[in-house]
Design a binder for this molecule. Structure first.
Ligand code: KQY
Length: 365
């Protein structure tokens, strides 16, 4: 029977592994919210099927869905994908799913962080988020895995990246935002990250991409390729709205050392040209006064860095932009020992995230 553990992962010898370490599988959720996804979520559903199918070529995938969509999802998904009944308010498993930690004896446990839909009643993206909040615990129950109860600390998985060797990357904009944990100081937040993820060094970037809806998640800005090597979003165009934040992030990363005292090798990956919701797309999104307004002309953050690393593969976004091919080329060079697969994810980007945001890795024990 899974237990709720009252010590910390650090005390118990657990750490959060890098995404590039071996996985038992990937968790996803099925998109249905018609105020996030246009045309009754059908185009987004097609994109989620393509992402799940691409990952399933490399490792087991489980997708959670509401009971009323079960047969539909089962019908659309490749047979290799496990479909389970699992309610949620939207489909961002990175932020809603547990963060798994491992020890060196093959043990795997899960952290059940608090979640408030990216800002609660002060800038959050929808109301309510009661079903999202139960997803971490339900996943851990299904996996019969022990759980650390961190519900008192709001943290989304997309707000952190780790190298598995004691370094964590994040942004001040998100983790120190007053709509997440206003009762905690920076020092207290650092202690929670150290104790629960077994981190020795936290690299704080000032902010995330503009128009990213999440108050600056790191997973739109940069990712670890492996310990010591980072790939980050980039633009050389001073007129691009992302120019200032990305140049500031680069300057900060260049000055930093990781937990092992290494300087970081940084690769800059050009982002696509600025993207915005078209009139036609906006006209097919249901309006709700309790959710983020997706109007025609609203810009959305788009980057190739929001990829997902799986066993032997990397699934990366495409946007129908001329830089798609360059991204495939650079990431194939950086991940020489993996097959890099590209999926057009504009429909997912319209909902405010990308492949990394809709997936959560469960490490191999
Ligand atoms: O993990 C992410 N970067 C999440 C994106 C959430 C967007 C909600 N619309």
């Amino acid at each position: 029977m899974p237990n709720t553990v009252t010590s910390t992962p650090r005390e118990d010898g657990y750490r959060m592994p890098g995404e590039f370490e071996p996985h038992a599988g990937t968790w996803m959720l099925w998109p249905t919210r018609t105020d996030t996804w246009r045309l009754g979520a059908k185009p987004a559903q097609d994109a989620f099927v393509q992402v799940a199918a691409a990952i399933a070529e490399f490792e087991p995938v489980t997708i959670g869905t509401a009971s009323c969509q079960f047969e539909h999802v089962r019908n659309l998904m490749p047979e290799a994908v496990r479909v389970v009944e699992l309610s949620s308010n939207d489909a961002w498993m990175r932020d809603i799913g547990p963060t798994f930690v491992v020890n060196d004896k093959g043990g795997v446990r899960g952290i059940d962080w608090g979640f408030n839909a990216w800002g609660g009643l002060h800038g959050g993206l929808y109301f309510p988020w009661d079903q999202d909040q139960l997803v971490k615990q339900k996943v851990l129950e299904m996996e019969c895995m022990d759980r650390y109860d961190l519900q008192h600390f709001i943290l989304e998985g997309g707000a952190i990246h780790v190298d598995g060797e004691g370094t964590l990357l994040t942004t001040r904009q998100c983790l120190l935002h007053r709509n997440r944990n206003p009762h905690l100081t920076k020092r207290q937040i650092e202690k929670l990250l150290r104790d629960n993820l077994n981190i020795k060094k936290i690299i704080w970037l000032p902010g995330g991409m503009r128009n990213d809806e999440t108050d600056g998640h790191i997973d739109e800005v940069a990712a670890f390729v492996k310990p010591g090597v980072v790939v980050m979003s980039w633009t050389d165009d001073p007129d691009d709205p992302q120019y200032a934040v990305l140049h500031e992030a680069y300057a900060r990363l260049r000055r930093e050392r990781d937990a092992k005292g290494r300087r970081l090798e940084i690769h800059r990956l050009p982002i696509p040209a600025p993207l915005a919701i078209s009139d036609e797309e906006a006209g097919r999104i249901d309006r709700s006064r309790h959710s983020y307004s997706r109007q025609a002309g609203t810009s959305f953050a788009a980057t190739y860095v929001n990829f997902y690393i799986c066993n032997g593969g990397v699934v990366i976004p495409a946007f129908g932009d001329r830089r798609d091919a360059d991204a495939l080329q650079l990431l194939s060079r950086l991940f020489r020992d993996r097959k890099v697969v590209q999926v057009n994810t504009r429909e997912i980007a319209l909902g405010g995230g990308n492949i990394h945001c809709i997936t959560q890795q469960q490490p191999r024990g």
